[in-house]
Design a protein around this ligand. Structure first.
Ligand SMILES: C[S@@+](CC[C@H](N)C(=O)[O-])C[C@H]1O[C@@H](n2cnc3c(N)ncnc32)[C@H](O)[C@@H]1O
Length: 284
């Protein structure tokens, strides 16, 4: 499907008011403990849970990873502007990118992108909270449309960017080259602090993998990948920060308490591209 086709499909009212069809954003909202989802979304989640038993724990741990990684980008790498691709539905009680980053820099700006009309309707109130934030309804894989959008004026191309693409790239098949598209975003900025995650499949048997893909099919096609493939596809040539590509709950955890996510792994990592250094690393 071309970016244009995806964009027109995403904008259709049909999708907004078709309550019989699950959506990626609402299934994820249900998995992470949110309330902005429907019975059809919860049915998909229940089905996924038959195979990936700890999926809710893994999804909640993933939300916390994104917050920790954002905090580190703002606090240690001085990131003041963020582009969050496939941002999802914000949840009451959970921090948005802006909530986390504004604590460190009062001039923080955040541009969110999602193609789900529900994110626009229900999420806009929580995401578009000031002149320093905005939300584009569009296809995150259409770099030109996003960066040429009038709201993209929020971003300063001469400054470093925090690029967030979490739990998104597993919705694009290899032939649509998700990693190359993300590199195209990076090429527009002098340096990048990149927060990324991706569903992992190499802990699953081939039957389990096939079952999960089939159970998710009414929502969307999904392309989980192995740890080795994710590392080489998305991080080749980037500076991967410690601890590298790991299950989200163990990426620089705030607490020593370990979570049981079973084999429902969202692999998570932060990398930098271009000249960007940590204030902590520079400290004497
Ligand atoms: C699994 S959710 C993850 C949400 C958020 N990034 C997070 O990490 O919590 C994936 C999100 O990406 C959005 N999405 C999927 N494909 C997209 C596309 N081509 N363009 C924009 N958004 C997309 C979905 O609507 C959904 O909100």
């Amino acid at each position: 499907m071309s970016p244009g086709e995806r964009a027109s499909r995403s904008a259709s009212e049909e999708r907004l008011y078709d309550f019989t069809r699950p959506s990626i954003a609402r299934v994820w909202n249900a998995a992470t403990g949110g309330k902005d989802n429907l019975a059809t979304d919860r049915d998909v989640l229940d089905q996924l849970e038959q195979t990936a038993k700890q999926i809710r724990t893994a999804a909640r741990a993933h939300v916390q990873f994104v917050t920790r990684a954002t905090r580190m980008g703002a606090a240690e790498y001085g990131i003041r502007q963020w582009l969050n691709l496939g941002c999802g539905l914000p949840q009451h009680g959970c921090e948005t990118t802006y909530d986390t980053a504004i604590r460190h820099h009062k001039d923080t700006r955040v541009l969110y992108v999602d193609n789900d009309p529900h994110v626009m309707v229900h999420g806009r109130a929580l995401l578009h909270v000031s002149d320093a934030t905005d939300v584009i309804e569009g296809d995150a894989w259409d770099v030109d449309a996003v960066l040429n959008h009038e709201q993209a004026g929020l971003l300063d191309r001469s400054q470093p960017i925090g690029l967030i693409a979490t739990a998104l790239a597993h919705f694009l098949p290899d032939e649509e080259r998700p990693a190359s598209i993300l590199r195209r975003y990076m090429a527009h900025f002098p340096s990048v602090y990149f927060i990324f995650s991706h569903a992992r499949d190499d802990l699953l048997s081939s039957e389990e993998r096939a079952t999960l893909i089939a159970d998710y099919k009414p929502t969307a096609d999904i392309y989980p990948r192995s740890m080795d493939v994710i590392r080489s596809m998305f991080f080749d040539g980037l500076d991967l920060l410690e601890p590298g590509l790991v299950e989200a709950s163990v990426w620089r955890p705030d607490s020593a308490v370990s979570l049981d996510v079973g084999r429902a792994h969202f692999l998570a990592a932060v990398a930098t591209f271009g000249p960007l250094s940590s204030s902590l690393a520079e400290a004497p």
